[in-house]
Design a protein. Sequence first.
Length: 284
Amino acid sequence: MQKITILIHCKDQKNIIASVTTFIAKVEGNITYIDQHVDVEQNVFFMRLECEFTNPKITIESLKEEFNKTLAVDFKMSWDLYNQEQKPKMALFVSKYDHCLFDILGRYSAEELNIEIPVIISNHNDLRSVAERFDIPFHCVPFTKDNKEEGEAKQIELLKRYDIDFIVLARYMQIITPKLISLYENRIINIHHSFLPAFPGAKPYHSAFKRGVKIIGATSHYVTEELDEGPIIEQDIARVSHIHSVEDFIMKGRDLERIVLARAIKLHSEHKTMVYSNKTVVFS
């Protein structure tokens, strides 16, 4: 049995759902999940389906060809088909902070995430021992203002070598280059230690403390060339008050970072996010 996820977006118009479900029936598929959303302001239709196919003659390649010919061209769809049994390969980029890295690797080891992690890339050697503990190849790629081109080339070479599908910045403290962003458009996930768009920069918890805020948060988003301005995937908050110190803010914030980033990875790896106009549609 093949389990396939289908993502669709196009101009909203009549008969999309009927046409798609009829197509699945004609190719002997069974729909196990279906959800849709219409952006009324932009008149855009979004749809996600999970389907099962028991006929061995139906392959993902033949499905793609038939889907494009039967539906996608007529409705002018942007679409993707994914095999649910094929785990996407995720590269982890890290620097010196280890809290998100440990959390992701713990969930990965417990098989909570439907992914493979074939490589960890860092601009420092500090977390090499963590990668070795989990038996994952670790590559240190120094990245400074003097060697950006060399560092970028090495990163891209490693990503190609390990056949990476998407990248997660687990508190990686370097700006991703435009070339790498273009190669992995909407496939680089960052965790920002703030409830965006408030308090950008290196020390948002200190800024929040000085402002006397009552909530702090974390935001996971796709990376774009505009720093911390990419489509938001997941956010969460924690309540704080005057009794909490900066250290309390940091501790609560790091807990949020772990949770929010893990949720974002799960949503992306299960193909539950769609990006449009610098926003995301996130299916449950």
